[in-house]
Design a protein around this ligand. Structure first.
Ligand code: ADP
Ligand code: ZN
Length: 439
């Protein structure tokens, strides 16, 4: 894509020396732990159990001695028991899409909303956003953090915000065209749907639309999908990462180098652990991402296990930022399917599908158990061209995909080619997996 200049929202914080950053993180961590110990009985009990006192925590290197926090804690102490401040200090509640049981809610103080807005302002700026831009927010606006996060970041920059929320696809595109929207924020799966619809409406990105960049996140997507979206929409497609428990979107973001996501390390500390043993892993190794918030005052999180799999690097980036970067998320431990003993992530299958001519990036994985053995069906949609091709050619493509999956993932699957438009379209987070074995 176009080589645009790197813009940095807060160079003082984003380009600090690593030593300075380490010192800042250390003092903020010590303060966070002290406050958490004093104000959150659950965490105090957990530290007492391990025999750790707040004064034992001097810096980042002591993080490894602290107990973890988990998603189940947010359910067990729902809704307010993890607050580290009086309830009257909370100015906002956001919640996660939480697919099962009680939703997960997080309380934000004025400070927390400000910090989050700052992180999102950095995120959008890294994608090239300035006050002259028009930003369409097509993430859901509501309890889900996506919409408000993008809104707050664009507002902080002083850009013109179009708060569409998700859905109503034709209208989204009409506004995009009429208002000359330059930056789109939504999930990558919704961006695919929008892109397809734009084409179907006979509009040509670059000619009829002014879009230059997209900040896409909230769900796992592959490098192949990114390239696909850049071509489909004629934009720079940037990955953005976040989660309700830590702040919302903007915890980490791509700069235009798109070589990993810069972590807002003056506000959070990232670690990678071995998910089985809980031991810290060095930079470069893949494992479970763990975050500690160091400026949050409403509901601080210490060593929060995200269940997201990635690696970290602190190699210098050409953009000038000094912050460490996290790799693309290859999957969530909870999305990982174990098929006949083999670990399968939807992203591996997505990579194969997008590289294949004749199929569209709309797919679903369906796991089942037949005669005590696991089965995996991959349903993927054909393009219009492919659909009208010969039966023999369609069968060849089907066989090709089966072989590719076998060689990349190592398992046999049943590949089913679906008619164009047969798969459900997503306006928010796409559902890619149905595991009938769990029902
Ligand atoms: P949930 O999806 O658990 O209901 P959230 O809306 O807070 O709650 O989503 C946070 C999760 O979304 C992350 O833990 C991660 O699994 C996923 N996610 C967010 N951004 C990305 C991204 N850029 N790439 C991959 N996964 C992401
Ligand atoms: Zn960079």
């Amino acid at each position: 894509m176009s080589k645009r200049a790197h813009l940095i929202y807060n160079p003082e914080k984003e380009c600090m020396s690593r030593d300075e950053l380490h010192a800042l993180q250390s003092s903020r961590l010590a303060e966070t732990v002290r406050r958490e110990y004093e104000c959150v009985p659950m965490y105090r009990a957990r530290m007492d159990e391990k025999g750790i006192r707040p004064e034992d925590i001097h810096g980042v290197e002591d993080l490894q001695y602290l107990p973890f926090m988990e998603k189940t804690d947010l359910r067990d102490y729902y809704p307010f028991e993890l607050l580290a401040c009086p309830r009257s200090e909370i100015v906002r509640i956001q919640g996660s899409s939480g697919t099962t049981g009680k939703p997960i809610v997080s309380g934000y103080t004025r400070n927390d909303v400000d910090v989050w807005s700052e992180m999102m302002a950095r995120t959008l700026t890294a994608a090239g956003c300035t006050k002259d831009d028009t930003v369409q927010v097509a993430y859901g606006l509501g309890l889900f953090t996506g919409g408000f996060g993008a809104y707050q970041g664009a507002d902080r920059i002083g850009a013109m915000v179009v708060p569409m929320s998700s859905g109503n696809t034709q209208r989204q595109i009409m506004m995009m065209k009429d208002l000359g929207v330059t930056l789109l924020c939504c999930t990558p799966s919704y961006a695919t749907f929008l892109g397809e619809t734009i084409r179907e409406m006979g509009l040509v990105p670059g000619k009829d639309l002014k879009l230059k960049a997209g900040c896409f996140g909230a769900e796992p997507w592959t490098e192949e999908m990114r390239v696909h979206l850049e071509e489909l929409l004629g934009i720079d497609a940037c990955d953005i990462y976040g989660l309700t428990e830590i702040a919302g979107p903007g915890v980490a973001f791509n700069c235009l180098e798109k070589n990993g996501m810069h972590i807002n390390e003056d506000h959070v500390i990232a670690e990678i652990i071995d998910p089985a043993t809980g031991k810290q892993l060095p930079y470069g190794e893949k494992g479970e991402l763990v975050f500690t918030t160091i400026t949050k005052t409403g509901m601080p999180m210490i060593r929060y296990r995200t269940h997201d799999i990635c690696s970290l690097t602190d190699e210098r980036c050409a953009c000038g930022r000094t912050t460490a970067r996290m790799s693309r998320i290859t999957g969530r431990t909870d999305d990982m399917l174990i098929i006949r003993g083999v670990n399968v992530f939807p992203s591996q299958i997505e990579t194969v599908l997008i590289r294949t001519q004749g199929v569209a990036p709309h797919y679903m994985l369906i796991a089942d158990r037949v005669n005590h053995s696991d089965t995996l069906e991959v349903q993927v949609e054909m393009t219009e061209d492919m659909f009208s091709d010969t039966v023999a050619h369609i069968e060849n493509v089907r066989r090709y995909i089966t072989e590719q999956i076998k060689s990349v993932v190592g398992i046999s699957t049943k590949v089913t080619l679906m008619a164009p438009k047969a798969m459900p379209r997503s306006e928010g987070k796409a559902k890619r997996v149905i595991d009938n074995r769990k029902l």
